[in-house]
Structure formats: structure tokens, C-alpha cells
Design a protein around this ligand. Structure first.
Ligand SMILES: Cc1ncc(COP(=O)(O)O)c(C=O)c1O
Length: 395
């Protein structure tokens, strides 16, 4: 039989989805599982968003529609980015996609030629390190280490730049660490991009989920207008994961390439969801700030309680909804810690190596669950922590 294209063997899956599948199987067998593996808000879109969806369907907005997205949604996104991120973008710079992942996939497909080097964070969202070799590119991870408060180190990034470097992928707030890049770090990355004529793909999907001051986009820095592609969408900030809605904000010269990929693949995004998305951006009920307020409470409680588990060490993330826990002092591998937690305590979390080699001694927990559920998860973990406590206490 003829083989499957070789690019597939260069890609990898997602740890979160495989842990989820195993946890679901245990649930099917009757086990009680607390799901802290998936990056999915436990909220649903506000009522006006659902109403707008129904109205759009009733009005017959269920046809093929413009490839780059319905003009009213692109205008609403441009206005929204001005209001929430202080950016001046034109609707002509926006391409709607069925989810941020597809937006990212298309941007990478439009930019990466075989042999191009791509810098991305390690640990980082698995799509970066999978898609890069899948497209024939060469992945060059830059570290987010604890000694640097999980921030990228611009000196390290600079030392990795070669004449083949084409792209830097940034992700602030980041998955899995929750790092919000400092102004200084972003400014220096922007300077490097200008100096070496690099393109920056700035994955800003968690841009609204921050616990500190105002969010600064990579697009805000001098010289970045012509070289930054923002990836964002509705999955996290508006709790619309299953709606599959994302978008790219790109310099004008990249837009025809993104349209070409859209024409040849998804054609357009469901028209009725795009109309409903306009209502989400309006957010007349303040659903996003309310959700982020709730995440802030959970973050405070969960991080504090996790730090009470023997061998666990966790800093409060500045954004997103993940606790990135160093488990080195358990004396046990992250894979084994996760296995014990799932099989013996019914708590699903992800071994950090799923996000890159630097994640080896970490576990990622999502705190997109109620405070009561998170509390119960820690109680359950404490009950099985004996499995690694002896090792930790002999140190
Ligand atoms: C950093 C990052 N980028 C992109 C995505 C994909 O988002 P979507 O569900 O909209 O495809 C995720 C989802 O977890 C993510 O964490």
C-alpha cells in the first residue's frame, strides 16, 4: 500500500486531548473524574449571544458568505481591538477562521518554507512545535525558565537567530505557564524582529484573561505593524470553544495568502456564528470581566492549596487559567505523578513534557472549574501524595 505523506509523521498530537480520552474512558467505567486537563472555560456564552445566533438562523444567515469573514464582524473586531487593546486595525486586515488553531495553522502555512527556522516558546502550545516540522520548517525553541520568572529571555532569543530564521511565535498570556510577557521583554523581542527582519506571530488568544494591568499587544511596538500577525478568537475570552471561531489580524500584504488558504480549505466560517460573535464582542452583560473575576478567585485559592501538596511548587500565573506546577521535589516523574493522580485520585492533569522538553518537571492543571471542585481536587491529591511524599521528605 502507498504510504501516508511523510509530513504527518513529523507532527505530534496534544497531551491534553490524549489525557482527556483516557479520563473519559475511566469515567465510562464508573470512576469519578475531576477534569483539570482541558483548557476550556466552564462558562457558556451570555444569553444575548445565543439569542443573536437564533436570530441569525431564523433570518436565513446560513449561506456561504465572504471568505475573509462577514464585513460586520470584521468591523466589530477592529472596534473591539481598539477598545480593549488600544490597536488601530482596519477590517481589511482581518481574516476570520474556524478557530484559533486553524488561524494559526493558516498563518504558519502561509509563512513557513522548507528549511525556515521558527522560534517558539518551550514550554508552549503544542501546535507550534508540531506544525513547524510538519511544514518542513525547523523548530528553534526558546526557554521559559523559572530562573527567569517563566519569561522569555531576549538574549537567548537573539543568540538563536540565524540567516534562516523567519518567524518568532509569541504567546502572552501563555499556555501552559500563564506568563504575561513584560513590556520590556516584548519591546526587546520587537526590536530583534525589526533588526533581523523577522515576522512575529503573536498568539493573543488569552489576551483578555489577565490578572494584572492592561494588556499590551505585540502589534503596539515600533516597526511591528508590517511584520506582526495576531492570532485571537472567541474560544477562551468568550467561553465559545465549541463554536470554532478565531481570526488573524495581518499586515495587508499577507491577507491574500490567508484568503487563498481559506478558499482552498474551509471556504468561509458559518455565517450565523459570525453574527452571534458580534454580540459576544459587544458584551452588553460584561460576561468576560465577570468570568475573569471568577478565574482570579480560583487562581488565588488553587495556587495556595497546590502549594500545600508535598513536593509541589507553583507561582500564581499572570494570565490564562493554568497552574504550572514544578513537581521536581516529589522525586517522581511528572508522568508518574499524573498517572497516580488520575488512576488513584481521579484528578486529570497533564505532564509538562507535553508542552516541550522544558516542561519535564512540571504538571499543568487548568483551573477553569468551580472553587469547590478545585478544592476537592487538591483534597484528593493530598490523599495520594503519600505515593511520592516519602521520596520528597528524604531529601
Ligand atoms: C495558546 C493557544 N493557541 C491556540 C489555541 C487554539 O484555540 P481554538 O480552540 O480557538 O482553536 C489554544 C487552545 O487551547 C491555545 O491554548
Amino acid at each position: 500500500m502507498r504510504p501516508i505523506a511523510s509530513r504527518i509523521s513529523k507532527m505530534s498530537g496534544e497531551g491534553a486531548l490524549s489525557v482527556f480520552a483516557h479520563a473519559k474512558e475511566l469515567e465510562r467505567q464508573g470512576r469519578s473524574i475531576i477534569h483539570l486537563e482541558l483548557g476550556e472555560p466552564d462558562f457558556h456564552p451570555a444569553a444575548p449571544v445565543n439569542e443573536a445566533l437564533k436570530k441569525a438562523v431564523d433570518e436565513g444567515k446560513d449561506r456561504y458568505c465572504p471568505v475573509n469573514g462577514v464585513p460586520a464582524l470584521k468591523e466589530a473586531i477592529a472596534e473591539y481591538l481598539g477598545r480593549t487593546r488600544n490597536l488601530k486595525v482596519s477590517p481589511n486586515n482581518i481574516v476570520i477562521a474556524p478557530g484559533c488553531k486553524i488561524a494559526l495553522f493558516m498563518a504558519m502555512m502561509a509563512l513557513i518554507d522548507p528549511g525556515d527556522e521558527v522560534l517558539y516558546p518551550d514550554p508552549g502550545f503544542p501546535g507550534y512545535s508540531s506544525m513547524t516540522p510538519g511544514l518542513g520548517g525547523v523548530g528553534v525553541p526558546f526557554g521559559l525558565s523559572e530562573r527567569n520568572q517563566l519569561q522569555p529571555d531576549p538574549d537567548e532569543i537573539e543568540s538563536e537567530i540565524t540567516p534562516r530564521t523567519k518567524l518568532i511565535i509569541t504567546n502572552s498570556p501563555g499556555n501552559p505557564t500563564g506568563t504575561v510577557y513584560t513590556d520590556e521583554v516584548q519591546r526587546r523581542i520587537a526590536q530583534l524582529a525589526v533588526k533581523h527582519d523577522l515576522i512575529v506571530v503573536s498568539d493573543e488568544i488569552y489576551g483578555r484573561i489577565i490578572y494584572g494591568e492592561t494588556y499590551i499587544s505585540m502589534l503596539s511596538y515600533p516597526g511591528m505593524e508590517e511584520r506582526t500577525l495576531i492570532i485571537d478568537g472567541f474560544s477562551k475570552s468568550f467561553a465559545m470553544t465549541g463554536w470554532r471561531l478565531g481570526y488573524t489580524v495581518a499586515p495587508e500584504r499577507f491577507v491574500p495568502a490567508l484568503s487563498m488558504l481559506a478558499v482552498n480549505s474551509y471556504t468561509c466560517v458559518a455565517e450565523f456564528s459570525q453574527y452571534a460573535a458580534i454580540e459576544a464582542l459587544r458584551d452588553t452583560q460584561g460576561a468576560t470581566p465577570k468570568m475573569v473575576g471568577e478565574f482570579a478567585k480560583r487562581r488565588e485559592q488553587f495556587v495556595r492549596e497546590l502549594n500545600g501538596v508535598p513536593g509541589f511548587r507553583c507561582h500564581a500565573p499572570e494570565g490564562a487559567f493554568y497552574a504550572w506546577v514544578n513537581i521536581e521535589e516529589t522525586g517522581t516523574s511528572a508522568e508518574e505523578v499524573c498517572r497516580i493522580m488520575l488512576d488513584e485520585a481521579g484528578v486529570a492533569a497533564i505532564p509538562g513534557a507535553a508542552f516541550g522538553p522544558s516542561g519535564k518537571n512540571f504538571v499543568r492543571f487548568s483551573f477553569a472549574s468551580s472553587t469547590a471542585t478545585l478544592h476537592e481536587a487538591v483534597e484528593r491529591i493530598l490523599k495520594v501524595a503519600g505515593a511520592w511524599r516519602p521520596v520528597a521528605t528524604t531529601r
